[in-house]
Design a protein around this ligand. Structure first.
Ligand code: NAD
Length: 355
């Protein structure tokens, strides 16, 4: 049994804790919070042992009526792996504490790649993580791109990928983020930093990216143009992507026209928190033009890195192969939508272009 602690029980941390708890070979020893807010109360309700992320906050938790089991140091003394899910930059500040306790750490994509021995994506770089004492699970956008580009590169070779990322302005709980009525190039300099981040897990795949922030909270939308070394048919590429366990091909007849319907579908079929762990690729957007592939996909920023964190724990703490770990994670969580509409259904009507 791999004993796991989660430091930072926020958007990513609470999902990682639930995913770890669902694994037959892992146990959540405890989670940390810095303030006794609704998130801390929910952690207790869900049965997790709560630890104070900052030592002198123990009294604040007690005063609020939430008992804590101890502090971060106490948690580190009892675990095999810590998953740092603190806000960007705090992970790096925590590094010396983890090192002092000799606990292997997994960091998130908001940290610089230099925080860990290796960057990690289950599809692109699981085996490259062998022997590392620390890993950084790459960001939600990088995870979404890596899951598509790794199989394309293996099967056909990628000459060059060009991607436009329309990023959600903030997560649903982040009321202070924006924009609220604009579409903002961010960063305005081109290409954006997202391409080089893909390079941390797929160093031989050239990717240029441009990014904007949009007034939405549900998901990111990616428009991909990938020039391949060969010219497979649209059908062959569609089949390749359909074979990826963490890619959901949205069937033409499903009537799913955007993030709202995708999240609605996820909630309707019983996904916890309406989470979509898979990339969501619109099947009818997949199109080959000579050696150029085009497609649209959506990525649920709160969820897609969660199974990758579970696999990263196994890559750090066990000898399990990528195939075994991914299969175990997918089975435990129920990853892999297979729509009953895959063979047809009522398609949506095309919107008339009026601009
Ligand atoms: P968040 O703000 O939702 O959660 C962070 C949690 O850590 C909060 O509960 C906060 O109270 C707590 N915290 C703050 N300082 C702490 C400390 N010193 N010790 C312990 N806990 C502390 O952030 P998030 O969105 O979950 O992001 C976490 C990491 O995951 C970041 O690196 C981020 O870039 C990355 N990430 C976020 C998303 C996303 O869309 N939210 C997607 C992929 C990766």
């Amino acid at each position: 049994m791999i004993l796991v602690g989660v430091n930072g029980y926020g958007t990513i941390g609470k999902r990682v804790a639930d995913a770890v708890a669902a694994q037959p070979d892992m146990e959540v020893v405890g989670v940390t919070k810095t303030t006794p807010d609704y998130g801390a109360e929910a952690a207790v309700r869900r049965g997790y042992d709560l630890y104070a992320g900052i030592d002198d906050r123990v009294d604040a938790f007690e005063a609020a009526g939430l008992g804590v089991t101890g502090t971060l140091s106490d948690l580190l003394a009892d675990i095999d792996v810590i998953v740092d899910c603190c806000p960007s930059g705090i992970g790096e500040a925590n590094q010396s504490t983890y090192d002092a306790h000799g606990v292997p750490a997994i960091y998130q994509g908001g940290e610089d790649a230099s925080v860990a021995d290796a960057s990690f994506n289950s599809r692109a770089s699981y085996e490259a993580a062998r022997g590392a004492d620390s890993l950084r699970v790459v960001s939600c956008n990088t995870t979404g791109l890596s899951r598509i580009l790794a199989p394309l590169d293996e099967e056909y070779g990628v000459e060059k990928a060009r991607v436009t990322l329309v990023r959600r302005g903030g997560d649903p709980s982040e009321t202070d983020r924006g924009p609220i009525n604009d579409l903002v190039p961010d960063p305005v300099t081109l290409p954006s930093h997202h391409g080089p981040d893909v390079g941390t897990v797929l160093p031989d795949v050239p990717v240029d990216t441009a990014a904007l922030r949009a007034p939405v909270t549900a998901m990111h939308t990616h428009s991909l143009n990938v020039t391949l070394d060969t010219a497979p048919s649209t059908a062959a590429v569609t089949e390749l992507l359909r074979d990826q366990s963490r890619v959901f091909m949205i069937p033409e007849g499903a009537g799913i026209d955007g993030a709202g319907a995708l999240k609605d579908y996820a909630a309707d079929v019983g996904r916890p928190r309406g989470d979509l762990w898979e990339n969501c690729v619109w099947e009818e957007s997949v199109h080959m033009e000579d050696r150029d592939l085009y497609l649209f996909q959506n990525v649920h920023q709160e969820a897609d890195v969660v199974p990758e964190n579970v696999d990263a724990i196994r890559a750090l703490a066990t000898d399990m192969s990528r195939e075994e770990s991914v299969a175990q994670t997918d089975e435990s969580l129920g990853i892999g939508f297979d729509s009953l509409l895959s063979d047809g259904g009522v398609g949506r009507s095309q919107l008339v272009a009026d601009d």
